[in-house]
Design a protein around this ligand. Structure first.
Ligand SMILES: O=C(CO)[C@H](O)[C@H](O)COP(=O)(O)O
Length: 229
């Protein structure tokens, strides 16, 4: 059964000096989910934000779903901290966990929804024995670490394969895509099976002339494309 489409701005491309306001603005513009990219300068060659910032967004008044994408290694130590900080989803890369089943269970034991993230060259076979423990599958359509990269076209076939696995499972598992998602390609990405669309530079780089921190037009354009697919 198809789940409703969700648009998830990646705050990696937001103006960090005014993060609370940026998140308020994308949500007011119609975004569904806050995508929170955590990078450790070890698993990926960049360094971003941790649980303190997630907690600060909750204290600021953000009630929307926060989808924490851990690009960190190891993963287990930081999972409880993000759960306490207000994360709804916590996803991690299978290569970054010593014991994938245990890490997925740890996320759920903390009261969050769990997910695995697949780099462009990471096989979906990591799902083989843990499908019952994932609530979300995130396919990276760029190599992780930086915003503003181009969508890797091979992701479309991988999305179709992931969609088949989800449908065969009979479970409600979200299929999310992250990297190079834009108004121009979002319909094709949906047609390949995705239902959750992370976009960083395409949204935060598209403020309106009258106000560079208003994102209504780009989110409306994405919704219009999704409605066509
Ligand atoms: O996880 C990420 C990078 O590792 C980002 O979420 C992703 O690249 C989104 O940025 P953009 O939409 O600009 O490609």
């Amino acid at each position: 059964m198809a789940l409703p489409d969700l648009i998830a701005p990646s705050i990696l491309s937001a103006d960090f000096a005014r993060l609370g306001e940026e998140v308020d603005n994308v949500l007011a513009a119609g975004a569904d989910v806050v995508h929170f990219d955590v990078m450790d300068n070890h698993y990926v060659p960049n360094l971003t934000i941790g649980p303190l910032v997630c907690e600060a967004l909750r204290k600021h008044g953000v009630t929307a779903t926060i989808d924490v994408h851990l690009m960190v290694k190891p993963v287990d130590r930081i999972i409880p901290d993000f759960a306490k900080a207000g994360a709804d989803y916590i996803t991690f890369h299978p290569e970054a966990s010593e014991h994938i089943d245990r890490s997925l269970q740890l996320v759920r034991d903390q009261g969050c929804k769990s997910g695995l993230v697949f780099n462009p060259a990471t096989p979906l076979s990591y799902l083989d024995y843990v499908m019952d423990k994932v609530d979300l599958i995130l396919l990276m359509s760029v190599n992780p670490g930086f915003g503003g990269q181009s969508f890797i076209p091979a992701t479309l076939d991988k999305l179709r394969e992931a969609r088949q696995r989800i449908d065969a499972s009979g479970r409600e598992i979200r299929l999310e895509v992250d990297g190079g998602v834009k108004v121009e390609n979002i319909a094709e990405i949906k047609a390949a099976g995705a239902d959750t669309f992370v976009a960083g530079s395409a949204i935060f780089g598209a403020g309106q002339d009258s106000d560079p921190h208003r994102y209504d037009s780009v989110i409306a354009a994405m919704r219009a494309e999704l409605a066509k697919a």
